[in-house]
Write a protein that binds this ligand. Sequence first.
Ligand SMILES: O=C[C@H](O)[C@@H](O)[C@@H](O)[C@H](O)C(=O)O
Length: 472
Amino acid sequence: MNPIISDDFLLDTEMAKRLYNTYAKALPILDFHNHLSPTEIRHNRTFTNMTEIWLEGDHYKWRAMRACGIEEAYITGDASDKEKFLAWAKVVPQLLGNPLYHWVHLELKRYFDIDLLLSEQTAEEIWILGNEKLQSMTTHSLLKANKVEFLGTTDDPTDVLDDHRYLQESDLACFVAPSFRPDQGLEVNGNQFVSWVERLAIRTNKTITTYTDFMDALDERIDAFDALGCRASDHGLSEMVFEPASEQEVQRIFDKRLNNQPVTLHESKQFKTHTLLRLAGKYQEKNWAMQLHIGPLRNNNTKMFKQLGPDSGFDSIGDRPVAEPLSAFLNQLEQHGQLPKTVLYGLNPRDNYILATMAGNFQSGEQPGKIQFGTAWWFNDHLDGMRDQMQILANVGTLRHFIGMLTDSRSFLSFSRHEYFRRILCNLLGEWSEKGLVPADQALLGEYVSAISYHNAAHYFELVREGANQWT
Ligand SMILES: O=C[C@H](O)[C@@H](O)[C@@H](O)[C@H](O)C(=O)O
């Protein structure tokens, strides 16, 4: 019997147990930000073995394996799937205290009904049992089993979006919508920028020679995303920037770059600031949420970046200033009536109070929690990080209007992170109740739990279903 994942996992008080079982456990999932493949959903992908579904693309696990001395061949290299699984099984007992240790066993239990602890000793049995169960699993069945009602995938403006078009015309119960991620179009100094502009021109059947053409093309893609139900943009920002520039200055910077002339760091910040301000205004028109993911220090290992590319487990946390550029950016939008719904995610825990308090500077009567301090992200989405984020939000803002969890994952097994989050939330409220910090009022606390686990996000992203949802 798995000594970790019991029914009361992470629930220390009777109130926490009641809150989780009564208000959280049965709720559907709105995973409004992830990196799942719309193609794999369209084609209802099946998985041959545990390595395919569990280790493929999951750089969290890759980092852990490297830290335990596993050779790259058994992580992303040319070892067999079974060899990679056995290497992973050898690593898991060395991960006590890392959220992966919990997620692995939560996933084994929830998806495979396997109660064993993964180790070298149990690897062969779990490989066989897991692979057997996988024969009846597809991306559609996993979405249904987890009661996933909405998926906001992450998509480039130059993407064709055919998979999304197909899915929306299909009878798939889950609503899958693209999210607008124009990062490559903001990195004017990036190696990909010119080729990205060329792809944008092809996608929009336009000639793009001026900054005005560029923005017109982006506006057209925003309309195309919106027509497919897009609810949000997403921006990965290594640092928050705010360097104002006139349209003429930005036009000149654009011209320089297209003519392969060097663009200074200051000019690149001006270009990013101006373009993000313009895009934010469009998001506000579309009533989309603007998600700002601030602070990664990416691709720190040049050798491995050249070998594996981005998002392969060699990123960490930057320490660039956030408060002043973010304040100026949001303030500029607010002054012009162009501030959209905004979700602020910070990768550096040092910035948590900055983001949580900044959100409070621009709330409005449009809706509760218009500006969100987003859930613990990436290196923070563990027991301490999730709890800290909610405690800080409660300390300086309103936990009640928090839109809660998302997986930000590439794996179809990661929906168990919503359960992880809901248990942490219920335990926090249960603890406050036990200490007399809040009323021991189950109905009131239950309202927090169901709002933060589901209903706030349903309203925030305009996903409220008329009548009962399909799983009740
Ligand atoms: O939680 C980790 C995330 O999936 C991380 O891989 C993403 O945040 C990705 O780097 C991105 O830029 O969106």
